[in-house]
Design a protein around this ligand. Structure first.
Ligand SMILES: [Fe+2]
Length: 496
C-alpha cells in the first residue's frame, strides 16, 4: 500500500459524538466527516506529473459535523473544515483544519450540539445567543472561502463572522474586524467578493430587521470604508452577489420565508411564483439613493459566475433555477447558466438562457472577475444528490461545452481555475479539484489543463484521508500571497 505522502503527520484528532451506526445520508458515504487534522508535505503524485508552473494554494471549505443535530440534520449545518492543497516548485502539500469558530469551541467544550441547524426551529437552542439571519444558529463558517490581502476568510451562508485563516496552514487566526469596522451585529454573508485589480472586498449582509440588507466595501488597507442600507420589502434569503469595474449587484429574489409563518417564528422558505426577481445595481461607492432596481423573471439564484459592463448595460451571469425549491440536487432545482442585461439608461432588463445543460458552482479565471470573460468552469450534479459528478467548461462566446465525467462513485469539489504563472490567455491555466473517491476510499487532488478539460487530469495527487464532500473553494496565487505578506511585514517594520 502506498502512503499518501512521505511524511503525513496527524496534527490533531477530535472526538466525534456522532452515533457509530450513523445512517444519515449526508453524514455517511461521500459526506462522511473527518475527525483528524493532517499535515502532509511532498504529496505523492500517483498519475501524471505535477506542473512546475502552478504556484499557489487551493482552499476548500467543507461542512464536517463533529456532533449530531439537536433533532434534524441538514448538510449545511456541519462544522467548517478548511482544506489546503499548496503548489510550489513542482511539489504539493496538504493541510486540513477545523475552522475554530466561537460556536465550534463552545460545542467542543460542551461535548455536544448547542444550536439548531437550518432544518430545526430556533427555539431548540441551548444558549440564549447565537448567529445568523435566522438568529440563534451556530456560525460554523463552513460555506465559503475567499482570500483578501493574503489572508483566507471563511464565511457562513446565514451571515456571521469572517474567520481569518492562514492560507498555507489552514490555522484559524481569529475573527476579521476591519480595523474596528466589522458589522458584528448582523455579521457578513457568505460570498463576499474580492477585486484583485483594486484590492477591495465587497460584501453584503441580511437579517429579519429593516432595512433587511446592507452593502459594504473594505479597501486594500483592510478598512471598512463604505456601508449603506439596501432596503428590501421584507426579510429575504440572498446568497450571492456580483460586481463589475464600477458597480455592485445585489438581489431581492422571490424565494423567501413565508411571512404568515414568520410571524409565528417559523422559518419556512417558499417560492413566490408571482413576485418578480429584482436586482439592485449600485455604484461601488454609491449611496442608497443611487440604487437602480431592475425587474426580471421570477427565479432563485444560488450563484453568479461574473458580471461586467457593456456600453450602457450591466451584464450579469448566474445559474437561473427553473424549479426554485429549497432542494440540494441540481437536477431538482434545474440550474442553468443565464444572462441578464440591465440597461442603465432605460431601466429595462433583457434575459436569456445561455445553456441547456444543468450545471452550477461556476468558477472563472480570477483575473476576469468584473470584466468581460469567455469561460466558466462548472459542476454537474449526481441526480437526486448534492454531489458533483463531473466538470463542464462553458465557452460563452460559442455556446459550446467541454465535459469531463468522474468515474461512478467519484465526486469532485468546486473546481477553481488557477492561472498559469505568466499565462496570458483566459484559459491558460489549471483547474484544481479534490475528489471523494468511494471506490478507492481515498481522496485525490486532480489538476486539469484548463484549455483541455475533456482530456482528463494532467496529474492525480494522493491526500492522506478521504475528504468529505462540501461546498466552496478558491485559488490564491503564490505571488499574491507573498506580496501581501511582504506588504504587511514592511508596514510592521515602519510601525503601521
Ligand atoms: Fe454558495
Amino acid at each position: 500500500m502506498t502512503t499518501a505522502a512521505t511524511n503525513p503527520e496527524i496534527f490533531a484528532k477530535y472526538l466525534s459524538t456522532l452515533p457509530e451506526d450513523d445512517d444519515h445520508p449526508y453524514r455517511t458515504g461521500p459526506w462522511r466527516p473527518q475527525t483528524t487534522e493532517w499535515d502532509a508535505d511532498d504529496l505523492i503524485v500517483v498519475e501524471g506529473e505535477l506542473p512546475t508552473d502552478l504556484d499557489g494554494v487551493y482552499l476548500r471549505n467543507t461542512e464536517n459535523p463533529l456532533h449530531p443535530a439537536l433533532k434534524t440534520y441538514h448538510p449545511f449545518d456541519g462544522d467548517g473544515m478548511m482544506h489546503v492543497v499548496g503548489f510550489r516548485d513542482g511539489k504539493a502539500f496538504y493541510r486540513n483544519r477545523f475552522v475554530r469558530t466561537d460556536g465550534f469551541l463552545a460545542e467542543l467544550d460542551a461535548g455536544g450540539p448547542l444550536w439548531p441547524g437550518i432544518a430545526e426551529p430556533i427555539d431548540l437552542a441551548k444558549r440564549d445567543y447565537g448567529w445568523g439571519a435566522r438568529t440563534l444558529m451556530k456560525d460554523a463558517s463552513s460555506t465559503d472561502v475567499v482570500v483578501h490581502r493574503g489572508v483566507a476568510l471563511s464565511s457562513h451562508y446565514q451571515c456571521g463572522d469572517l474567520y481569518r485563516i492562514d492560507p498555507y496552514t489552514g490555522d484559524t487566526l481569529g475573527k476579521e474586524d476591519w480595523r474596528g469596522g466589522f458589522p458584528a451585529n448582523w455579521g457578513v454573508s457568505a460570498h463576499p467578493k474580492v477585486d484583485d485589480a483594486t484590492g477591495e472586498l465587497l460584501f453584503f449582509n441580511y437579517s429579519k430587521q429593516a432595512p433587511f440588507m446592507h452593502y459594504g466595501v473594505v479597501d486594500a488597507a483592510n478598512e471598512l470604508v463604505h456601508l449603506v442600507d439596501v432596503p428590501l420589502p421584507g426579510p429575504r434569503l440572498p446568497h450571492d452577489m456580483a460586481f463589475t469595474e464600477n458597480y455592485a449587484i445585489l438581489n431581492d429574489l422571490p424565494l423567501f420565508w413565508a411571512p404568515e409563518y414568520l410571524e409565528h417564528g417559523v422559518h419556512l422558505p417558499r417560492f413566490h411564483r408571482d413576485v418578480p426577481s429584482r436586482f439592485a445595481v449600485i455604484p461601488r461607492r454609491g449611496q442608497t439613493g443611487d440604487i437602480m432596481w431592475f425587474e426580471a423573471d421570477p427565479t432563485y439564484v444560488l450563484h453568479f459566475t461574473n458580471a461586467y459592463e457593456d456600453g450602457d448595460e450591466i451584464v450579469l451571469d448566474g445559474f437561473f433555477q427553473g424549479n426554485p425549491v429549497p432542494a440540494l440536487a441540481l437536477d431538482q432545482m434545474q440550474t442553468r447558466l443565464h444572462r441578464w442585461r440591465f440597461d442603465l439608461t432605460t431601466g429595462t432588463t433583457r434575459e436569456e438562457s445561455l445553456t441547456d445543460s444543468v450545471t452550477e458552482f461556476g468558477m472563472i479565471n480570477p483575473g476576469r472577475a468584473g470584466r468581460d470573460y469567455r469561460y466558466a468552469y462548472a459542476a454537474t450534479g449526481k441526480p437526486g444528490w448534492f454531489l458533483f459528478d463531473g466538470l463542464v467548461k462553458h465557452d460563452l462566446r460559442t455556446g459550446t461545452e467541454e465535459r469531463f465525467a468522474f468515474d461512478d462513485g467519484v465526486y469532485g469539489s468546486e473546481t477553481a481555475m488557477a492561472p498559469r504563472m505568466n499565462g496570458t490567455a483566459e484559459d491558460d491555466g489549471y483547474l484544481v479539484t479534490i475528489t471523494t473517491d468511494m471506490n478507492a476510499d481515498a481522496s485525490y487532488c486532480l489538476v486539469f489543463d484548463a484549455a483541455r478539460v475533456g482530456d482528463g487530469p494532467v496529474c492525480k495527487i494522493q491526500l492522506p484521508e478521504r475528504v468529505s464532500s462540501g461546498t466552496h473553494s478558491t485559488w490564491a496565487p503564490g505571488s499574491e500571497l507573498r506580496r501581501w505578506h511582504d506588504v504587511d511585514r514592511a508596514a510592521e517594520a515602519i510601525g503601521l
